[in-house]
Design a protein around this ligand. Structure first.
Ligand SMILES: [Mg+2]
Length: 313
């Protein structure tokens, strides 16, 4: 399978995972215990199938900025695209933009109203702003780091900055960093057991204090995949989200199974579905055609993958 297929399947896998999860978002896990959702279904909230949410819109906005800047990262351009998404409904599946989180909303307001000189100061800094809002849009940055062959310091600095557009607490930055490292391992063709093992062995003390790293103890100092599903939360706290994502990824052996497991966890099912969909899309490289054909604006998305790929080469 060509390099482009792996590339494309990660992005499309992410967006399909998001759209699969939208109809189950905010619903309790117990609802699906004996009645799993195994296909792309219509959402009560948006009244259609294959509709992606804020997670994918922000990923697309980031990709589009990198394409327009000929393979370079331009912070202002990425934030401008987030504003275009929120105010102008660019980068959306159907007629409305939905799903924005509170920290992202406030940070975009800081940017739009020019409250700070630096874009990286726009993000929310408090402990209570550690939702998954920067993690859910970080995948294109992993692609950029991998294809531009960034070294560890460069990866850390870029992830820190890009997360800080909206989420600048160290817990959020570390969550993004772990996900980016894992995605890079998979993009480079590593087996998933080795990929997760390498991510666990990484020396995070280079960049983070132990009191921050300890939040990720179950992921980094233990093997999260060994835990029982009942101890895996699927709420929006960035640590909970990343745990659920890696748990689903490690415990399932195909793209479809990963995404089905992820969305049936309920609660923040679109973000968890998207993040698992990204990793398993890259790794299994076998996206379900029926779901692919069910996604809104499929050809627009495939063209975008193509342009994004060419911009990074
Ligand atoms: Mg969402």
């Amino acid at each position: 399978m060509s390099d482009f297929n792996r590339f494309k399947n990660g992005i499309m896998g992410f967006i399909i995972g998001d759209a699969m999860g939208v109809p189950l978002e905010f619903k309790k896990r117990e609802l699906f215990k004996n009645n799993k959702v195994t296909d792309m279904i219509s959402s009560d909230r948006v009244g259609a199938k294959g509709v992606w949410s804020d997670d994918s819109s922000m990923v697309i906005a980031t990709m589009k900025s990198i394409i327009d800047n000929k393979g370079k990262i331009n912070y202002e351009s990425i934030m401008d695209n987030f504003i275009l998404w929120f105010l102008n409904k660019d980068f959306i599946a159907i007629d409305k933009a939905f799903g924005i989180g509170r920290a992202t909303f406030l940070a975009l307001g800081n940017y739009y109203n020019k409250r700070y000189e630096k874009i990286t100061d726009c993000g929310m800094k408090g402990f209570n702003y550690n939702g998954n809002g920067s993690l859910m849009r970080i995948l294109p940055i992993a692609y950029y780091c991998y294809y531009k062959k960034l070294n560890d310091d460069e990866i850390y600095n870029l992830v820190k900055d890009v997360s800080s557009f909206t989420h600048s607490h160290e817990i959020s930055i570390l969550g993004c960093f772990i996900y980016v490292l894992l995605a890079i391992e998979l993009l480079s063709g590593e087996e998933k057991e080795n990929a997760y093992s390498n991510v666990r062995k990484y020396d995070y003390t280079k960049y983070f204090n132990l009191d921050i790293i300890k939040y990720y103890d179950r992921l980094l100092n233990n093997d999260i995949s060994k835990l029982d599903v009942d101890s895996i939360s699927s709420m929006g706290f960035v640590v909970d989200t990343l745990e659920a994502v890696i748990w689903c990824f490690m415990n399932n052996n195909s793209y479809d199974k990963c995404v089905i497991e992820a969305i049936n966890l309920g609660n923040d099912s679109d973000t968890i579905g998207a993040l698992v969909g990204g990793l398993s899309g890259i790794y299994y490289n076998d996206i379900n055609n029926k779901w692919l054909n069910g996604i809104k604006r499929k050809n627009y998305l495939l063209d975008l993958c193509n342009d994004f790929y060419n911009s990074l080469l």
